[in-house]
Design a protein around this ligand. Structure first.
Ligand SMILES: Nc1ncnc2c1ncn2[C@@H]1O[C@H](COP(=O)(O)OP(=O)(O)OP(=O)(O)O)[C@@H](O)[C@H]1O
Length: 288
């Protein structure tokens, strides 16, 4: 079994808002971090809800650890750590009270590990959560998620609104976590620079539809953008063009084999592509 998480053709329609998640299919291998990228309202939280069974999907299949999860699968839930953007816990509790509740909730709760995180993240155990800063509450949520020894971490915008120093600290924690080869992380984020640092794969979703999953190495080393003048663009082999976008003075062309394109079109400037530009080109670019 290679994948800790597998989605096949997952669909969900919300009639009230007219939103449809359509046939979302991707898989997350063991030992890896996958970034989940899409515009506001693209369907990331809905997909995560379908994975965790907190949202009833209309059709499709979700496999966690090789099997479909039912509501009765508490053992499987123990193996998943979840962190949402925003309030994860009652604000009038302290971290110490939270630890007591969690120890009753999770069989695998590890109070020594939790205390270690509190110390490392400088979180006072006896201060009410409502008196924590946003960064502190997010660190607390991540500490709780990790302290019941999950194998899969699912983070929905969990690093949004954190300053770069705290985010870096969190990214280190995530990289440590996936050192264990049976651990993986699904990380939805708008901060694509974070994903460029830690993700092994990036899955792009737009308007409820999955665009593609790409390995970060492929994105960084093989995909590229050719900056063409009009005459250069017109002379391109259409088979080389994934999508293109007309700008004021140039046409940006997304290609999948940077080195081959450099050899083939020696006069054209070719740049590596960032996660942001890749997504923008896929979503807003035109096909030949
Ligand atoms: N319970 C619901 N009932 C009706 N519509 C919903 C419900 N939950 C989500 N939606 C709609 O589904 C769409 C996708 O929302 P979702 O939260 O999955 O997007 P997202 O990609 O996580 O966005 P963001 O980046 O802003 O968090 C939105 O248009 C939203 O209004």
């Amino acid at each position: 079994m290679e994948n800790i998480l597998e989605l096949q053709q997952v669909s969900k329609t919300f009639s009230k808002s007219n939103f449809a998640l359509e046939n979302v299919t991707f898989s997350l291998p063991y030992g890896s971090i996958m970034g989940f990228v899409g515009e506001n309202g693209a369907g990331k939280t809905t997909t995560i809800g379908c994975i965790l069974n907190t949202i009833a999907k209309d059709s499709g299949m979700v496999k966690l650890f090789g099997k479909e999860m039912t509501d009765a699968d508490t053992d499987m839930r123990e193996k998943i750590g979840v962190v949402y953007d925003g309030d994860n816990f009652p604000a009038y509790w302290t971290a110490a009270q939270l630890a007591k509740v969690m120890s009753g909730f999770y069989k695998q709760w590890d109070n020594i590990l939790f205390q270690k995180f509190l110390k490392e993240y400088k979180l006072p155990a006896n201060q009410k959560i409502k008196q924590y800063s946003r960064g502190m509450t997010m660190k607390l949520a991540i500490a709780v998620a990790l302290s019941h020894h999950p194998q899969l971490l699912i983070l929905d915008e969990a690093t949004g609104g954190l300053d770069p120093v705290v985010r870096d600290e969190m990214l280190d924690t995530f990289l440590d976590f996936v050192q264990e080869e049976d651990h993986s992380i699904l990380l939805s984020s708008h901060i694509t620079s974070d994903l460029e640092k830690v993700a092994d794969y990036i899955t792009f979703i737009h308007n409820g539809k999955l665009i593609m999953t790409v390995s970060k190495n492929d994105l960084v080393y093989n995909y590229a953008v050719m900056r063409c003048r009009e005459n250069q663009f017109l002379a391109l082999d259409p088979a080389d063009i994934i999508v293109y976008r007309k700008r004021d003075f140039q046409i940006d062309v997304l290609v999948s084999d940077c080195k081959a394109m450099q050899r083939k079109y020696k006069e054209i400037v070719i740049d590596h592509v960032s996660v942001d530009e890749f997504f923008l080109l896929l979503v807003r670019g035109d096909h030949v």
